[in-house]
Write a protein of this length. Structure first.
Length: 497
């Protein structure tokens, strides 16, 4: 008799209380092998496809068994073999988002989850997974978790009939920045058009366009120690970002599409200044170890050139009304003037103000060095950078917080360690944002990042351990049919009636 069968027999002897009504949390989807639910009153149920999963259930998979639960909020949870997962709390009412609550407890093994509406539409802290070492906070996510009792999860591997040697896989996308402060609405639009809401600790990736809502502001820290404050109603694109000191790779291209930012530069460009480029309208702001404000308002924010990308130009058919010149004369000059400012109203267009170091503002019409305490705009009549002599309060009295007003702990934000496969909790994020919490410690994980927690610490791992790589296949939409077709879809009670 197997250990699993002995365990069921022991529980059967102890189960003498009839089942009580409990809230239905979901149902079993596809499965392969054996899945048992121990109800809150001790009753045991052998579950099959379409069996109900109740609040308070302890879900137990046997050796070589997989089972997917489809929760009422749309979440999908796929248990791996030899796992114990308890549904401690589950409350979902489509008409009352603020009452949403889901708390799972992983006692053994692991699972892959694709979250549903809980945590997305109401309280962002409404969905948690608890373990003996840390709590997993969910922010609209697809992730895999694994609780290892021995080194390299050998206890679990020994319970699996077929063992595979899988090479560790390097992360596909590097987290280049994290949100340090947010007040109001902040979102990121990826290159493919997908949008995601950002909260404190949320990751930022190359190609993201960051957008703040009306009245909102945020501070984002980047891997090279640079920081950017986004003011209300701002769109800011990270066109390129590479920073790897070991490989001697560094390059950053940022573009302000509309609104305003406050920037303090970091390690990129400190030696080779042209490695860091900040673009607004058709101008490029070259940095020299710098803190500056930049803006793109009015005609700048509404122009196509603001979002044309590097090397693109907006061309016109003829000279603008009231201005002399041939069509060819105006091909390149008019591009910048679409978004340029007027010295009498410097904030209505594109410009820069330096509060630390210096910058060089370069446009098709010329270039201008701007020192600390100075400001410049792209002049509407000439497409040249022009220094502003009298600075209005709107420039010198910027109410947005300085980007260096929040201290950074770079090792906690971006530091990684080699995974040695120690016993503990492993969490790999496939999409979205996960927060690992242990006491007062917090570790934010983004897409393609892996975190580890044991009784002493939280760590971000450079590469997921090999035994986690195999779990990446768990959770496919197809699976084997009910291994016991004669079983009643509602489950077979094995407790005392």
């Amino acid at each position: 008799m197997s250990k699993f069968s002995v365990g069921i027999a022991a529980l059967l002897l102890a189960a003498s209380i009839p089942a009580q009504a409990a809230e239905v949390a979901g149902k079993v989807g596809y499965m392969s092998g054996t899945l048992v639910a121990q109800r809150a009153d001790g009753t045991l149920m052998v579950l099959g496809p379409k069996s109900e999963v109740l609040e308070g259930d302890m879900l137990i998979t046997a050796r070589d068994s997989y089972a997917q639960m489809q929760m009422n909020d749309g979440a999908k949870v796929t248990l791996r073999p030899d796992s114990n997962l308890k549904v401690e709390q589950f409350h979902f009412n489509k008409d009352n988002p603020q009452a949403d609550n889901a708390v799972m407890r992983l006692l053994k093994g692991g699972f892959r989850a694709l979250t549903g509406l809980i945590g997305k539409r109401g309280d962002p802290d409404a969905y948690k997974v608890r373990t003996s070492t840390a709590t997993i906070g969910i922010r609209g996510t697809e992730f895999t978790s694994r609780l290892c009792a021995t080194k390299d999860c050998r206890d679990d591997e020994a319970a699996t009939a077929t063992r595979q040697v899988i090479k560790p896989q390097a992360p596909q996308a590097q987290v280049i920045g994290r949100v340090m402060l947010v007040s109001g609405e902040l979102s990121a639009k990826e290159g493919g058009g997908k949008e995601r809401k950002l909260v404190i600790g949320a990751p930022v990736y190359e190609g993201d366009t960051l957008n703040t809502g009306s009245g909102a502001h945020a501070i984002v820290a980047f891997r090279d120690e640079s920081r950017v404050t986004l003011q209300p109603g701002t769109s800011f694109k990270v066109e390129a970002f590479k920073f790897d000191r070991a490989a001697e790779q560094e390059n950053a291209v940022m573009r302000l599409l509309k609104g305003g930012v406050r920037v303090i530069t970091g390690l990129i460009g400190r030696v080779s200044h042209d490695k860091y480029q900040f673009r607004v309208s058709t101008a490029t702001i070259g940095i020299r170890g710098t803190g500056f404000d930049a803006w793109c308002n009015g005609p700048c924010a509404g122009s196509k050139v603001a979002d044309s990308g590097p090397g693109h130009a907006v061309r016109v058919a003829a000279a603008p009304a009231g201005m002399s010149g041939t069509r060819s004369d105006w091909y390149d000059r008019t591009v910048a003037q679409i978004g340029d400012a007027d010295p009498s109203d410097p904030l209505n267009g594109a410009g820069v103000y330096v509060w630390a170091g210096e910058v060089v503002m370069v446009s098709p019409g010329g270039s201008l060095q701007v020192a600390i305490g100075q400001a410049a705009i792209l002049a509407r009549d000439s497409d040249r950078p022009v220094r502003i002599i009298a600075l209005p309060p709107g420039i010198t009295g910027n109410p947005a917080p300085l980007p260096d007003s929040i201290p950074l702990e770079m090792e906690k934000l971006f530091g990684t360690e080699a995974g040695a496969g120690e016993p503990g909790l492993y969490v790999m994020v496939h999409e979205g944002h996960v927060i690992l919490v242990k006491g007062d410690e917090r570790l934010d994980l983004g897409r393609d990042e892996t975190g580890f927690a044991d009784r002493e610490s939280l760590r971000r791992l450079a590469v997921p351990p090999a035994f986690m790589s195999g779990d990446m296949r768990i959770g496919a939409e197809t699976g084997s049919q009910n291994p016991n077709p004669s079983m009643n879809p509602t489950g077979c009670a094995v407790g005392t009636p």
